[in-house]
Design a protein around this ligand. Structure first.
Ligand SMILES: Nc1ncnc2c1ncn2[C@@H]1O[C@H](COP(=O)(O)OP(=O)(O)OP(=O)(O)O)[C@@H](O)[C@H]1O
Length: 253
């Protein structure tokens, strides 16, 4: 079966201009992800989990490697694809859920959530109905549905964020600590939605503060570790070979 995502030798470093030195976030990461698979990214603080997700989403450009994505039109390398193609894929195929909502001023919560449906051609009234259903599902109080999320609490903003990101099933979902500020009810609603999306064939890669929340969904794990090699050895950290489902994959970064 053709993987949805085939990551080959991906490396990312940041240049810190004020120190005039590079910071290696990770190097040589390789893995594959198939439709309906759920991959958990683990590792200690600062090991590069969020950076890896952002590089897959092409918010960051990698220094080396490929991120082959199987689009309807054919295989495309997200590491080098044109911005216009990335924009299309983000609208249609690839979702990114973070714990932070970028709330636009004077746009109501239900409109923010309905927007992906509107872009996909769903009529305004139907899209708003569906958006309100999801706001309700995630526990946003009814009297906030027409309000502006710029003034919402952290948890309320996060619920709007989730409803918007998950309203339209995409092919690949990147999840960066989506449960961070959620109450128990919203966490349960999120897990239900992720389980439905997984059954519908959505491939997912996630970082979770409490992986127990999604224990039933996880097919594979990648553990990112910081491997400090002696300078004189001169060898770059290598990614471990791909693990079978259920195995734990150790990847030095
Ligand atoms: N834009 C950036 N510029 C420079 N350094 C960065 C940038 N983004 C991340 N880093 C650095 O890259 C390293 C990896 O950060 P990242 O946020 O990916 O870690 P993480 O594994 O997600 O950590 P946490 O578990 O704390 O969220 C850190 O040392 C961080 O300081």
């Amino acid at each position: 079966m053709t993987p949805v995502l085939d990551v080959e030798g991906l490396s990312k470093r940041f240049h810190m201009y004020h120190l005039d030195q590079d910071l290696h976030a990770f190097s040589g990461i390789s893995f594959r992800l198939h439709a309906g698979e759920f991959l958990l990214l683990r590792g200690e603080n600062g090991v590069g989990k969020s950076t890896l997700l952002r590089t897959l989403y092409r918010s960051y450009l990698p220094q080396a490697g490929h991120v082959w994505y199987q689009a309807a039109e054919g295989r495309i390398d997200l590491a080098t694809a044109a911005d216009v193609d990335i924009t299309l894929l983000r609208r249609r195929d690839i979702g990114f859920v973070t714990q932070f909502l970028v709330a636009r001023p004077r746009v109501a919560a239900d409109e923010i959530v309905a927007e992906p449906l509107r872009r996909a051609g769903v009529a305004q009234a139907e899209a708003l109905d569906e958006a309100r259903r999801w706001l309700g599902e995630f526990g946003v109080k009814r009297d906030l549905w027409r309000a502006y999320p710029t003034t919402f609490s952290g948890g309320e903003q996060q619920k709007v964020n989730l409803a918007r990101a998950l309203i339209l099933p995409q092919k690949l979902l990147l999840l960066d600590e989506p449960t961070a500020s959620l109450d128990a009810g919203a966490r349960a609603a999120l897990v239900r939605r992720l389980a439905d999306l997984k059954s519908a064939g959505v491939a997912m890669i996630g970082v979770f503060h409490h992986p127990g929340d999604v224990a039933d969904l996880i097919d594979r794990e990648i553990l990112l570790t910081t491997q400090r090699l002696p300078e004189e050895a001169g060898a770059a950290p290598q990614a471990a070979p791909e693990a079978a489902p259920g195995d734990l994959e150790h990847v030095a970064v």
